[in-house]
Design a protein around this ligand. Structure first.
Ligand code: ADP
Ligand code: MG
Ligand code: MG
Length: 205
């Protein structure tokens, strides 16, 4: 499998459209344990990405990922903007430094996850987007090369997002609620799941 520019373009388009379509759901989740803006934050960011889609898809992959990252940093806002922004910036940076797709997908994804973790001073288990990103990275590492890898990632992301519901948040706004954060899916975990599932759907064609 090699990633063609046209495939990349439709992949970014589908992912952005899915995040935009899920804005009401993300907002409802953030109303429960945050300040209710995650849907509008993400919608604003991915509308900006869609607005640059032609320019982004004309760039080499490393530059394209960095442009997506910069765009998200500038437009999403909140806690999630810099975090998603650093994910894409670091993934692009990894591709600029001798990593290649699709062979090094796990390493490239790991660079993104590390950047989120550093920026957020957070790790899996704190009821954040990392509770989806880290399990998906594990699946990428262990199951790479399996014929049903895309399906495995899809399942991992969905199950991981659902598993944030019983967690108590120790990072981000939801942590202010203490025990009252228990019982709701984390908004950022859900948006990561939406993004990853859209990429999977796009790759499956
Ligand atoms: P804000 O909380 O500033 O309103 P958003 O609502 O857009 O920002 O994003 C909230 C999401 O960001 C959370 O649901 C969580 O997944 C993620 N998040 C917040 N803080 C952190 C952190 N320190 N590390 C990782 N993810 C975080
Ligand atoms: Mg919020
Ligand atoms: Mg906010």
């Amino acid at each position: 499998m090699s990633l063609q520019p046209e495939t990349f373009k439709s992949l970014v388009k589908v992912a952005a459209e899915q995040v935009i379509a899920s804005a009401p759901e993300l907002t409802t989740l953030d109303q429960a344990i945050g300040d209710g803006d995650h849907g509008t934050n993400m919608k604003r960011g991915f509308e900006a990405v869609l607005g640059k889609l032609d320019a982004i898809s004309a760039q080499p992959f490393d530059e394209a990922l960095k442009t997506i990252g910069k765009t998200l940093v500038m437009t999403v806002g909140g806690a999630s903007g810099p975090l998603y922004g650093s994910f894409f910036l670091a993934a692009g940076e990894a591709l600029s430094h001798d990593k290649h797709l699709p062979d090094d997908l796990a390493e490239v994804f790991a660079s993104g996850v590390d950047a989120v973790s550093k920026r957020g001073r957070s790790h899996a288990g704190e009821k954040t987007m990392l509770d989806v990103l880290v399990p998906v990275l594990e699946t990428l590492k262990t199951d790479a090369g399996q014929p049903d890898i895309v399906e495995r990632i899809r399942t991992t992301a969905a199950e991981a997002a659902a598993r944030t519901a019983p967690m108590q948040a120790t990072k981000g706004r939801a942590s202010f609620l203490g025990a009252r954060s228990v019982g709701h899916v984390d908004p950022g975990a859900r948006s990561s799941c939406v993004l990853l599932q859209a990429v999977c759907a796009s790759l499956e064609g």
